[in-house]
Design a protein around this ligand. Structure first.
Ligand code: PLP
Length: 422
């Protein structure tokens, strides 16, 4: 019997080989609502990926959609560069009232280009300008984006190789627990800083994720983050927290560094800040660091006003009280309980879990297992991705708005996918 191979689709014939998520999830998606995505044949997929953390409030959240539709309906400004608009004013006022002031944070707000890597570039540029130094310290397994500055402080060797030129002025240091507790925190870092013969140029800044999302859900302990903040202060380095994936409530609190009680000099936010999956980024910094010249850093899509509208609606809906934070902690406990059970059941496979809030990772000793689990989960109707340098970790990022029943359903599917890939 001759089997006719399926016809090539326009994705295969026209779209670049660089495409990636569509390879693991070979469906053509059409609609999405809440925690569900539907393909063009009407099959539903429960989404435990949430646009890599850009959809903390779910797909097409009805409250945010209403605000967006009303704005578009009345011909509100869509494109505005960095002009002052009513939509931007409303966002800035609500961000100040609901996010910054209640946390005692005094930050200036910069709108760089609309993606995370733009916010990181702006942060690195500003830190270098303020300190008049080039070097920036990052951490093992860090991920900060694909543009050259951000890539220079990113760990993943495959992504770094894509740069095609030397990635310079970044020095990696061990992230928390890199030596599994065998080496005192910051031993190597401190030694290089104090040794005149170490070859480390005095850094302008240190950039860190409190939980490394792409790096494999590596959770920094609060005491490690406090130690880092203290080291930065003592050694005159600015502390940049990249909260692009773990901010906007992913770990429970609005900013992921709140638990540690630290106040970074610079913070980057993107992904879920736009609320609706709209491109939007912020670089926040202490007022005394605001030494930019007008227009010194710019970008055509800094002022995507529909994103300001949905961002403001998200703040009003979810951050006017502590309800979202409490719910995220509760849902996180539900995930943790299931992962504990799964790991007990698969102890011989060397399964291990870790996470905070609603960002969790499940790692297997067999590094190929996570990929197989995600592939089987897709067949069973669950979207879940891998992370880590060898894609060895199953990463769980459900929407913060997922119901306990949906979460339970997804976790049961995950458990089944694990059993069936033993
Ligand atoms: N920083 C962190 C911590 C991220 O997780 C990401 C994306 O995953 C980025 C930066 C880059 O963001 P973008 O892909 O929007 O450029």
């Amino acid at each position: 019997m001759t089997i006719t191979p399926p016809a090539m689709t326009v994705f295969e014939t026209l779209e670049s080989e660089v495409r990636s998520y569509c390879r693991g999830w070979p469906a053509v998606f059409d609609r999405a609502q809440g925690s569900w995505m539907y393909d063009e044949d009407g099959h539903g997929y429960l989404d435990f990926f949430s646009g890599a953390g850009a959809l903390n409030y779910g797909h097409n959240n009805p409250v945010l959609k209403r605000a967006l539709l009303d704005y578009l309906e009345r011909d509100g400004v869509t494109h505005g560069l960095d002009m002052s608009t009513t939509a931007k004013r409303a966002f800035l006022e609500r961000f100040q009232d609901l996010v910054l002031r209640p946390r005692g944070l005094d930050y200036k707000v910069m709108f760089p280009g609309p993606t995370g890597t733009n916010a990181v570039e702006a942060a690195l540029k500003l830190a270098r300008k303020v300190k008049g130094r080039e070097s920036v310290v990052s951490f093992t397994n860090a991920f900060h984006g694909m543009s050259l500055g951000a890539l220079a402080v990113t760990g993943n060797s495959m992504k770094r190789a894509g740069a095609g030129i030397p990635l310079v002025h970044g020095t990696p240091m061990p992230f928390d627990n890199y030596f599994a507790g065998r080496v005192p925190d910051f031993l190597w870092f401190e030694r290089l800083l104090e040794d005149q013969g170490s070859g480390l140029n005095q850094p302008a800044a240190v950039i860190v994720e409190t939980v490394q999302g792409e790096g494999g859900i590596n959770v920094a302990r609060p005491e490690w983050l406090r130690g880092l903040a203290d080291l930065c202060k003592r050694r005159d380095m600015l502390l940049i927290v990249d909260d692009i994936q773990m901010g906007c409530g992913r770990t429970g609190t609005f900013f992921s560094f709140e638990e540690a009680g630290i106040v970074p000099d610079i913070v980057t936010l993107s992904k879920s800040i736009g609320g609706y999956g709209m491109p939007m980024s912020l670089t926040l910094f202490k007022p005394e660091l605001d030494i930019w010249e007008p227009g010194e850093h710019n970008g055509t899509f800094r002022g995507h006003n529909p994103a300001f509208v949905t961002a403001t609606a998200a703040l009003d809906t979810y951050w006017a009280d502590s309800g979202m934070e409490k719910q995220t902690i509760a849902r996180g406990e539900q995930i943790e309980a299931t992962l504990r059970q799964i790991c007990d059941e698969h102890s011989r496979a060397g399964a291990e879990y870790r996470g905070r809030g609603m960002a969790w990772g499940l790692e297997f000793t067999d590094t190929g297992r996570a990929d197989r689990v995600c592939a089987r989960a897709f067949e069973l109707g669950l979207l879940v991705e891998t992370s880590g340098p060898q894609s060895e970790v199953v990463k769980l990022l459900p929407a913060l708005t997922i119901t306990p029943e949906e979460l339970d359903e997804g976790l049961r599917t995950l458990a089944r996918a694990i059993r069936e890939t033993a």
